[in-house]
Design a protein around this ligand. Structure first.
Ligand SMILES: Cc1cc2nc3c(=O)[nH]c(=O)nc-3n(C[C@H](O)[C@H](O)[C@H](O)COP(=O)(O)OP(=O)(O)OC[C@H]3O[C@@H](n4cnc5c(N)ncnc54)[C@H](O)[C@@H]3O)c2cc1C
Ligand SMILES: Cc1cc2nc3c(=O)[nH]c(=O)nc-3n(C[C@H](O)[C@H](O)[C@H](O)COP(=O)(O)O)c2cc1C
Length: 777
């Protein structure tokens, strides 16, 4: 085959040499516009794993790289006058020039033709080629020529960065943070040869503009950075090797991905590779890794399917199918890490103490969890656990999940909450034996706080005929029976979530009639009831149209909420939560999707919050001052034009000002048009943002299903409590089980159950030992 690689970066060169190795008869040329030793940038990093991969495909190149690279294990943070270091992270750093020279020399040795100082205008310039590799970097001309074919999705990110070098040598991957009068700057620093370290300086656009860096030439920018990081540079200079760039040398990162990676141009098959088809932010240091692994995968497919011209279409199809999955995974992790650096100045630098800031930074990609950090550096993690626990009433080395939490007069024994879950098993709004067993079992299961499902302040505030209420004496006594039981038989606290279903009321139980959220059939014996909402808009098109609340309706509902709060106190609850989420009555006021009012309760967010805040204030005044009160909100409507996470910060601020202790950060269920992005811990970013920006304690909830999730969230300061719902349906003793799973034994079981504890712990210990042994094979 005749093959032309346009662009002699890591992708083009590595593919050329591997392909030549696979079939020495192939005629392969790499066309590169630069001179052999003329390149931008300083060092690049990749993981030990990438080098292992290279070793399998061309041991000669891997050996050369190994000779030239710098390996280090530690990450070091310099922040607010503190230096914090943790180990076990395993990076390889190498000069970009050195890497390219190794690849160039290996190409020549194998007989690949290298054509330097040739600017390729288009893939059409090589009609005789069977295959063209467009490895021409992030600004790929080949990709740009045919946007309708490759369908690139390019996002320009807001931060500015400048890629510099220094002769100061660092023995760890080092992160420096410096505050100026206009905001925070950070530097990502790592040594890549005996004389030089890469020094990337980054800041938000507004900070960059405020310092006039848009007007600065490269030397002025260097002077600025040298002054900013002077104490760390210890007299060493910063250097640029991008003087050819006109104007400011500061760049914005561009995230590139493409729907299609290849096409036939009438003469040749063309395939994009490396930065031309996908980029990954330097916060995760994987652009070179991706480029090298692309090359490996394409050669693997030729090896597997045959390296003749007729096999090219199938090879290219398989190449994209296989590679795309890994690339998406890495781009997602890189995206999280990039966002962390974009917001850290506003969200974390001033809010978190250095220890917690370090933890948050280490887990920024959300790929590294608590237990993963333990594997990397047990000593550091235990030190951090002791720091975290030391700030609670129960110091010692223990996972954050098992530290106590105090709010007003209530101390929870640990940070796990059984999230409120509707059971649809009440009769006439009354809870009975079913609820005693259901809630009692969960109170014995180890969680610090058990929340009762949404309970209505009036009969018309229920979701279904099976939902509980608290509007009369009998219901108060029924609940008292349950709270008494929980308080005598367990050391869990029990809370009540109060909420009015509003436009989502009068529906079927999930297993009844047309199902969840659907009105009951007209001939149903139990019957529908009239609904209330902010506006006369049904939740589902076929739903009952609610009446827009009048002032009298509002007064009645507020009075009902207050009466319910008083009854909740009489019933012995420890905690009260006001439900302002999921499209129910109070949520229907907050979201612009459901609130179309033109009076004082509609329009601006402040207006839309007016009635929910009124209810909150009235309830808070009725609820005993020594007991905590949280508010559940939908922090994201997941619909264009709905509530956004930025709005949620404002909502949280308003409830905080009204006296809320905590925001329980759920999302969605406000509009049937929602398009949520599900995934593990998918709502935790809302809890994190609200906690840091509104300065109020938060509960994270949503797809938190392992102790490792809970520990990572709490340790990074993303939330103060974690609510777990569905896992508690499968296993009432979820907390006790998870403690045993991670080997935490200092936890009390209900006395009659104690003989089950060592058995469960031994079972999990065996499982962990087996896993360790298998990994070692
Ligand atoms: C600040 C910064 C820090 C980074 N840090 C890291 C890191 O730590 N680790 C890491 O793995 N990655 C890092 N990267 C990313 C990494 O540099 C790229 O992801 C990687 O180089 C991609 O390889 P490539 O071969 O696809 O493209 P490139 O390395 O960009 O190579 C493309 C080549 O094509 C040539 N070319 C372009 N157009 C033409 C044309 N028309 N004709 C002929 N030749 C052409 C260019 O001159 C260039 O040599 C960083 C990037 C930046 C910007
Ligand atoms: C059966 C069921 C009933 C629920 N009922 C309520 C409820 O009454 N009030 C509420 O705020 N959320 C309710 N939710 C939502 C949960 O509290 C929780 O926010 C959601 O299930 C995400 O957590 P998970 O991923 O741990 O299940 C319910 C969830 C389920 C599965």
């Amino acid at each position: 085959m005749k093959i032309v690689c346009i662009g002699g970066g890591p992708a083009g060169l590595y593919f050329a040499l591997l392909m030549k190795k696979l079939g020495p008869h192939h005629d392969i040329t790499v066309v590169e516009r630069n001179k052999p030793y003329d390149t931008f940038g300083w060092g690049v990093v990749f993981s030990d794993q990438t080098l292992d991969n290279m070793r399998q495909w061309d041991p000669e190149t891997a050996a050369e790289v190994q000779q030239a690279f710098n390996h280090w294990d530690d990450i070091e943070l310099h922040f607010k006058g503190r230096v914090i270091r943790s180990g076990g992270h395993g990076f390889v750093g190498i000069g970009r020039k050195k890497l390219l020279n190794i690849l160039q020399a290996r190409c020549e040795q194998l007989g690949v033709k290298l054509a330097f100082e040739q600017d390729a205008d288009s893939d059409l310039d090589y009609p005789e080629a069977d295959l063209i590799i467009a490895s021409d970097g992030i600004n790929s001309k080949v990709r740009s020529r045919l946007p309708e074919v490759f369908q690139p999705d390019i996002v320009t990110r807001p931060n500015r960065y400048i890629w510099l070098g220094t002769n100061r040598l660092y023995d760890a991957f080092t992160f420096l943070f410096e505050k100026t009068e206009h905001g925070w700057f950070q530097a990502h620093v790592y040594k890549f040869d005996e004389h030089t370290s890469t020094f990337i300086v980054e800041c938000p656009e507004h900070v960059w503009l405020a310092h006039g860096l848009d007007q600065a030439d490269p030397q002025q920018s260097i002077d600025f950075c040298e002054k900013l990081f002077a104490s760390n540079l210890q007299g060493e200079k910063l250097m640029t090797n991008a003087r050819h760039l006109r104007g400011s040398a500061w760049l914005n990162f561009q995230r590139v991905k493409c729907a299609n990676w290849s096409h036939f141009n009438g003469h040749s098959h063309v395939v994009l590779m490396g930065d031309a088809v996908h980029t990954a932010h330097f916060a995760i240091g994987s652009g070179t890794k991706l480029a090298l692994e692309d090359a490996i995968e394409l050669v693997r497919q030729f090896k597997r399917l045959g390296d003749t011209a007729d096999r090219i279409p199938e090879v290219l199809r398989q190449y994209q199918a296989v590679r795309e999955i890994d690339v998406i995974r890495l781009q997602n992790a890189a995206w999280n890490a990039m966002e962390w650096f974009e917001v850290c100045g506003e969200r974390y630098c001033d809010q978190l103490e250095p220890e917690q800031f370090m933890y948050s930074m280490l887990t920024r990609s959300q790929r590294i969890s608590h237990e993963n950090l333990r594997l990397r550096d047990k000593g550091w993690l235990e030190g951090y656990e002791a720091w975290f626990a030391g700030r609670t009433a129960s110091p010692g080395i223990k996972p954050p999940m098992f530290t106590p939490y105090t709010l007003r007069s209530v101390t929870l024994k640990n940070r796990v909450v059984v999230s409120p879950m509707a059971q649809y098993m009440a009769q006439d709004g009354r809870v009975g034996d079913y609820h005693l067993v259901h809630l009692g079992a969960r109170a014995m299961g180890g969680a610090g706080l058990v929340m009762v499902e949404m309970t209505a302040p009036s009969a018309d505030g229920r979701i279904t005929h099976g939902c509980p209420g608290l509007w009369n004496e009998q219901q108060t006594a029924d609940f008292k029976r349950i709270t008494d039981w929980v308080h005598t038989q367990s050391d869990a606290k029990i809370g009540l979530q109060i909420g009015h279903a509003g436009p989502k009321g009068s529906t079927c139980r999930p297993w009844q009639g047309a199902g969840m959220d659907q009105p009951m059939a007209a001939d149903d014996a139990e019957g529908n009831w009239p609904l209330l909402a902010a506006s006369a808009q049904p939740y589902l098109p076929q739903g009952i149209v609610p009446r827009a609340m009048t002032r009298e309706d509002m007064d009645r509902a507020t009075a009902d909420f207050v009466a319910t709060a008083n009854r909740a106190a009489q019933a012995g609850f420890d905690w009260l939560e006001l439900h302002c989420a999921h499209g129910y009555l109070l949520s229907s006021f907050i979201s612009p999707l459901t609130n179309q009012r033109s009076d004082d309760y509609g329009g601006s967010l402040a207006n839309r919050l007016r009635y929910p805040l009124e209810v909150f204030a009235a309830v808070r005044a009725a609820w005993p001052a020594d007991l905590p009160m949280s508010v559940r909100i939908s922090a994201h409507d997941w619909v264009e034009g709905g509530i956004t996470p930025a709005d949620a910060v404002e909502i949280a601020r308003a409830f905080k000002a009204a006296g809320a202790d905590m925001i329980d950060c759920s999302s969605g269920q406000v509009s049937a048009k929602q398009k949520p992005t599900y995934g593990r811990m998918y709502q935790t970013p809302f809890a994190d943002r609200i906690r840091q920006e509104a300065g109020i304690a938060t509960i994270a909830v949503g797809a938190i299903s392992e102790a490792d999730h809970v520990n990572s969230i709490l340790a990074a300061g993303r939330a103060d409590l974690c609510a777990v719902a569905r896992p508690h349906l499968a296993n009432p003793a979820w907390t006790l089980t998870e403690a045993a799973r991670i080997g935490y034994t200092d936890i009390a079981w209900p006395r009659p159950y104690v003989s089950g504890k060592p058995q469960l712990e031994a079972g999990f210990a065996r499982e962990r030992a087996l896993q360790t042994a298998t990994k070692g094979d």
